[in-house]
Design a protein around this ligand. Structure first.
Ligand SMILES: Cc1ncc(COP(=O)(O)O)c(C=O)c1O
Length: 476
């Protein structure tokens, strides 16, 4: 029995702009495969009937039949008499190198800090003081809010614990803010490329997303960003000034000031995502948090952060630093989706925060090792690919491909046990077929092997026709 179903309209929304060169049925099947690989479409979900989808996409029934057949042939769907066509994720052929596992260059996450076990024991001891309560908090425990506030203060932004709300991870912080600030049809600004789950949270809140580009060599196109903000007066601008995901670029002081100026002119709320901000490998400059540079507009700059990349994703602890009035608004709507953050995880985070400088050194060393492995392996095996001129922090490399075939490459790599995310996942309109994001977080031997697999499958991917070439990519 399928776990659920997706309607034709919802599927059409996920498909976005999928048509490209080559037969429509192949493009459609490949797009659905990609949605399954990058998790936007779940396995075990019943697809719309062929008739419904053909009407919704205004395509012939034969095209849909052929696309579904292609999905079945490739192991991405199953047809059961009477139950229609259901999605499936085929098993990857395990690579002997990883002893049966997959090489995951998708998830840009580090393993838990080595300090975690000790902090967990100490948190369990401290739990006794909290056991008479419900075990979770809407705003966060006082000691953690104080630690987070102290960290912002130390980085150059004096902060009071009242300006901090602890959330269930950084993603929940983005979603809570988006839901509070955005009304259906409002515009929201985000960089392009950007963190895909942020795009999704903004869209889910009803925003129409406006973008301007960030590239690994030139960084932010500030005239384009300022013009987009001035022209569309977005209610919110979601940005990553430090170690931007996926490019790993950081904004210069001048660019930060230009962004703040453009936003202040039209009273756009700036949301700076600090999730990766402290993952400095060897960037020579340090910058204060963005709000510290906003002068009289400081209350219009919100920071969000997360313990996930610095400490461990399993803690599911994040936060929002904002004006207490905005936080109160967020708190009053929060219970509809999330009653609060568990106390034990907050205690662990509080304890680990006390060792943050040492933990950040541990992280810098891990990221430097992943970066070195990637650069060496790419120069050896894929010399035509464009590496970012410099990655001095963050979790990933935004790599340029010699041909717009990122989706095909992602599909070709999977049967070899290598998971990568195609470039288009990082754009709003299906652009970035010429890019691939590779995480530098796995063990160096796995990063190296991942690149070798990419080199093995590249000739085949490069010789297949391009999928979904959008105008923005076509003209670059
Ligand atoms: C830029 C950025 N923001 C937010 C998040 C979400 O963080 P969390 O795991 O704390 O929900 C991520 C996770 O990948 C991220 O890369």
């Amino acid at each position: 029995m399928p776990r659920g179903r997706i309607g034709a309209t919802a599927l059409a929304g996920l498909l976005g702009q999928w048509q490209g060169e080559g037969p429509a049925y192949e493009n459609l099947a490949e797009r659905i495969q990609l949605l399954l690989i990058d998790g936007r479409l779940s396995a075990d979900v019943r697809l719309p009937s062929e008739r419904e989808l053909s009407e919704r996409l205004t395509l012939s029934r034969t095209t849909i039949t052929a696309a579904y057949r292609r999905l079945r042939e490739h192991g991405y769907a199953l047809s059961v008499q009477g139950s229609g066509t259901t999605t499936k994720l085929p098993p990857t052929a395990p690579d002997s190198f990883t002893e049966g596992g997959e090489i995951d260059l998708v998830r840009a996450t580090l393993p838990a800090t080595r300090r975690l076990p000790e902090a967990a024991v100490e948190a369990t001891r401290r739990l006794a003081d909290h056991m008479t309560g419900p075990g979770y908090t809407l705003w966060g425990i006082e000691e953690l809010r104080a630690e987070i506030a102290a960290r912002y203060t130390a980085r150059g932004l004096p902060t009071d614990p009242d300006q901090i709300m602890v959330t269930t991870g950084g993603q929940s912080a983005i979603a809570l803010l988006a839901r509070t600030v955005i009304s259906r049809g409002d515009r929201a600004y985000a960089e392009s490329p950007s963190y895909p789950n942020a795009y999704d949270a903004l869209s889910l809140a009803g925003a129409r997303i406006i973008t301007s580009p960030v590239t690994t060599d030139a960084g932010w196109d500030m005239p384009a960003m300022a013009a987009a903000i001035a022209r569309t007066t977005p209610v919110m601008a979601y940005v990553m000034p430090d170690f931007h995901n996926p490019t790993s670029r950081s904004m210069s002081t001048e660019d930060r000031l230009r962004l703040l100026h453009a936003a202040a002119k039209v009273d756009t709320l700036v949301v700076a995502d600090d999730t990766t901000a402290e993952l400095n490998i060897d960037r020579p400059h340090t910058y204060p948090p963005l709000a510290a540079m906003a002068g009289e507009h400081q209350a219009r700059v919100v920071h969000i952060g997360s313990a996930s990349k610095m400490l461990w994703g399993g803690l599911r602890v994040g936060w929002i630093r904002a004006d207490p009035v905005l936080l109160t608004q967020i708190a009053s709507g929060r219970s509809a989706t999330d009653l609060g953050t568990p106390i034990w995880e907050q205690l662990v985070t509080t304890i680990l925060f006390q060792h943050l400088p040492e933990i950040l050194e541990e992280r810098a060393a891990q990221l430097a090792a992943g970066r070195a492995a990637l650069y060496h392996a790419m120069r050896e095996h894929l010399p035509d690919w464009e590496l970012p001129p410099r990655i001095d922090g963050g979790l990933s490399a935004w790599v340029g491909l010699p041909a717009p075939v990122s989706s095909q490459l992602t599909l070709a790599a999977r049967p070899h046990g290598l998971l990568v995310t195609a470039g288009p996942r990082f754009g709003v309109d299906g652009a970035y077929e010429r890019h691939l994001r590779l995480a530098i977080t796995p063990r160096p031997d796995l990063v190296r092997r991942g690149v070798e697999i990419l080199a093995e499958v590249w000739p085949r991917a490069a010789s297949t026709p391009a999928l979904a070439l959008t105008t923005s990519e076509a003209v670059v």
